[in-house]
Design a protein around this ligand. Structure first.
Ligand code: LLP
Length: 384
């Protein structure tokens, strides 16, 4: 829902742009902070969801850590002022340059995804006379029941170290003198809306912890990644995610050992609701079976529908006329540049303002300049 003041301002602005509702963002962050603090859990914000400076600054000010997946994200987290002791660095393909930069920054932990990566970090740390703190990402083979492109915790996925490699891992850790194992890391997928999936993860983590303990390894922290889903169908429903129930489930089912910390890496659930992509209708075109509403925003601003067949609610902010059906598309020269087919909208005309909702996560960060398009700017509710 947008206020009259917001819509009036949108009318004055060039489109497309990403709009962020800062109050809504803070509201969500407040809830997460309260619910995670209740159980003493630590949350690292998965920067890949939205790396916009202003959003990062706000998240940092709430005291969250940063979960990074590239050297540039580590650099950015440090620049924004996240404490290096709250920065984790994950990813299956960390380059030597990225590892060196993170060793220099003294980050909290590398979340390591393969045995070879541990060997390389060991070598690079040795050259610097440092000890690298690592968590090993274990692939728990738990089905996240989400889109196959964003499922990461199955044996067939490229992520993490598989369970049958654990003996090799334990042998390797005895030899790598510049590595200190401080954690076990998991992440099974994204946009998970069934909390039972997380319960299954907890039970699996407990089993996997036992394997480590049987090998005389007791780590300081367990990191269960992110993945908590949002309600794309009802963008104004801020109560869809019950953060207390989410963290409470881990409190109840994950068997933490004495003194052990539990870490999370939430991305989408922290920022998705706060963002919308605001666009204008360029043309209405009647075709044989449908009416196309052609927008000035496309897959260059929001690739999720084209890439994952993702649903984002589309609203016409300029019309209240009778309902029609439209295929809402962008201007890019690809048929996949379609936001949604057969959408019900009030009768729509050239110049109408269109909001594509819940784009705060994996929207602005995934933009491209394909077709040499301009980069869409960000507009913030507290600056209009
Ligand atoms: N930790 C790790 C290791 C991850 O790979 C991810 C997301 C997260 C945390 C944060 O997950 P979240 O809480 O945001 O679900 N571009 C896709 C999503 C890709 C997610 C990749 N990993 C999309 O638009 O749906």
């Amino acid at each position: 829902m947008f206020s009259d003041k917001e819509i009036k301002k949108f009318k004055e602005l060039e489109t497309p742009f990403f709009y962020y509702n800062i109050d809504q963002l803070k509201n969500t962050l407040e809830k997460i902070k309260k619910a995670s603090n209740k159980f003493g859990f630590l949350v690292h914000y998965a920067m890949k969801a939205n790396a916009n400076d202003k959003i990062l600054q706000i998240i940092k000010d709430y005291g969250f850590g940063a979960d990074c997946v590239s050297g540039n994200e580590v650099k950015k987290a440090v620049e924004i002022g996240f404490s290096p002791k709250k920065i984790v660095f994950a990813g299956v393909g960390k380059s030597d340059k990225e590892i060196n930069l993170s060793l220099d920054a003294d980050i909290f932990a590398f979340n390591c995804e393969s045995l070879q990566e541990i060997e390389v970090i060991n070598e690079l740390a040795e050259k610097k006379g440092k000890i690298a703190d690592i968590a090993v990402r274990i692939n728990p083979n738990v089905n996240a029941h989400t889109h196959h492109y964003i499922t990461t915790g199955l044996n067939e996925n490229k992520f993490g170290i598989n369970l049958w490699q654990l003996d090799n891992l334990f042998n390797l850790l005895k030899k790598t003198e510049h590595i200190r194992l401080i954690g076990i890391h998991f992440h099974i997928g994204s946009q998970i809306t069934d909390l039972n999936v997380f319960k299954n993860l907890c039970l699996r983590v407990n089993e996997i912890q036992e394997i480590f303990i049987n090998n005389q390894i007791l780590v300081e922290h367990i990191n269960v990644g992110g993945g908590l889903g949002v309600d794309y169908e009802h963008p104004d429903n801020d109560n869809f995610i019950d953060f207390e129930a989410f963290f409470g489930l881990f409190h109840r089912f994950l068997d933490l050992k004495h003194g052990q910390e539990l870490h999370f890496e939430l991305g989408r659930s922290m920022v998705a609701n706060a963002g919308s992509l605001i666009s204008r209708v360029l043309y209405i075109k009647k075709a044989v079976k449908t009416i196309f509403a052609i927008l000035d925003a496309g897959m260059t601003e929001l690739i999720r529908p084209a890439l994952y067949q993702a649903y984002h609610k589309i609203e016409n902010l300029s019309s209240t006329k009778a309902i029609e059906f439209y295929d809402v598309v962008g201007p890019i020269c690809e048929s996949s540049d379609t936001f949604a087919k057969t959408v019900q909208l009030p009768e729509t005309k050239r110049g109408d303002l269109i909001a594509i909702r819940t784009t705060g996560a994996y929207g602005e960060v995934m933009t491209s300049q394909y077709n040499l398009r301009d980069i869409a700017p960000a507009v913030y509710s507290d600056e209009i």
